[in-house]
Design a protein around this ligand. Structure first.
Ligand SMILES: Nc1nc2c(ncn2[C@@H]2O[C@H](COP(=O)(O)OP(=O)(O)OP(=O)(O)O)[C@@H](O)[C@H]2O)c(=O)[nH]1
Ligand SMILES: [Mg+2]
Ligand SMILES: [Zn+2]
Length: 290
């Protein structure tokens, strides 16, 4: 029975949710049973202390790079990766590509949420068209009038969804609306235009009047992809897949090789150069880890 689910973790303890009673319990864990947010665990009482005694096998993991470029796992058993971008702070150039690469690599369904459309409703028009044409689910929202929150609620229902994105884009504000509760949210610095990293831990919430869970995560300035080979990066560009069979070399990186199906598709306007250029930049960014 999967009854206990990890809300958040600290160095030696985890806050665990009894999903049947909504009761929250602080539990110790040993190095052997180090849980992460979203894990299902078994716990045992020992006098007045509770301890995590086992962790259920996870379906998948949402990850990012640590400082050395290795995979760092952030949350477990995640169905939707809600990529939140906003009119302000504007996303860095390849941010959405990077999140899509990780979603496909981790086996999580990506949804792209364009927030703060109250500031400018046309700002993301081109990008929304681009990602829709690729088959991605997109949403345009703002937390002031709460436009399109019904659609968001439907996406979250019966699923576990993690909100990811830059600091200050509104992840916690959106979570607050969905949860009808107070999560700490913050102002964007007037000086830098950046968010001020208000949320400091990845935390799971049960959505009221729903069978879904929501995970709010701390914002990052640039989402770090762990060390990846070009094939893993290319897998994150879904429209590339049908052209890969046309590459002469089976290990083609689609960068410099002759007779490359991807480069040919770009030439034939079957793949946009916006996406191909983004692919090249992400591949190139991997040299940072060398
Ligand atoms: N105009 C406008 N402002 C918004 C909207 N959503 C959030 N904000 C504001 O954006 C600021 C940052 O919001 P947060 O929800 O704290 O952002 P976050 O993504 O959780 O940031 P971190 O926790 O630092 O990662 C706050 O001042 C919010 O009031 C929106 O739809 N429109
Ligand atoms: Mg936040
Ligand atoms: Zn190729």
């Amino acid at each position: 029975m999967k009854k206990y689910r990890v809300i958040s973790t600290q160095k030696q303890t985890a806050l665990v949710l009894n999903t049947e009673t909504d009761f929250q319990q602080a539990c110790f864990f040993s190095r052997k049973h180090k849980p992460i947010c979203g894990d299902y665990v078994e716990i045992q009482a020992n006098k007045n202390e509770f301890k995590i005694v086992s962790i259920h096998q996870h379906n998948n993991l949402f990850s990012r790079a640590n400082k050395k470029g290795n995979k760092q796992n952030i949350a477990a058993n995640v169905d939707n990766q809600i990529i939140v971008v906003a009119v302000e702070p504007e996303p860095t150039r390849d941010l959405i590509s990077r999140y899509l690469i990780s979603a496909h690599s981790c086996g999580i369904n990506p949804v792209i949420l364009f927030n703060k459309n109250d500031i400018d409703n046309t700002f993301f028009e081109k990008q929304i068209n681009l990602y829709n044409s690729l088959g991605y689910l997109t949403l345009s929202t703002n937390t002031k009038s709460q436009s399109n929150f019904e659609e968001l609620r439907n996406i979250l229902n019966n699923k576990t969804s993690i909100f990811v994105g830059m600091s200050g884009v509104g992840k916690s504000s959106i979570s607050q609306v969905v949860l009808n509760n107070k999560i700490k949210t913050g102002e964007i610095s007037k000086k830098t235009g950046k968010g001020s990293h208000v949320t400091s831990v990845t935390q799971l919430y049960k959505i009221p009047n729903s069978t879904g869970y929501l995970i709010d995560s701390p914002g990052v300035w640039e989402y770090g992809l762990w060390k990846m080979k070009s094939a893993e990066i290319a897998y994150g560009f879904i429209e590339f897949r049908q052209h890969i069979q046309d590459c002469k070399f089976s290990n083609c990186s689609h960068t410099h090789e002759p007779k490359c199906g991807i480069k040919q598709a770009v030439e034939d306007n079957k793949i946009t150069s916006i996406r191909y250029d983004s692919y090249l930049r992400v591949v190139d960014s991997m040299k940072y880890w060398d």
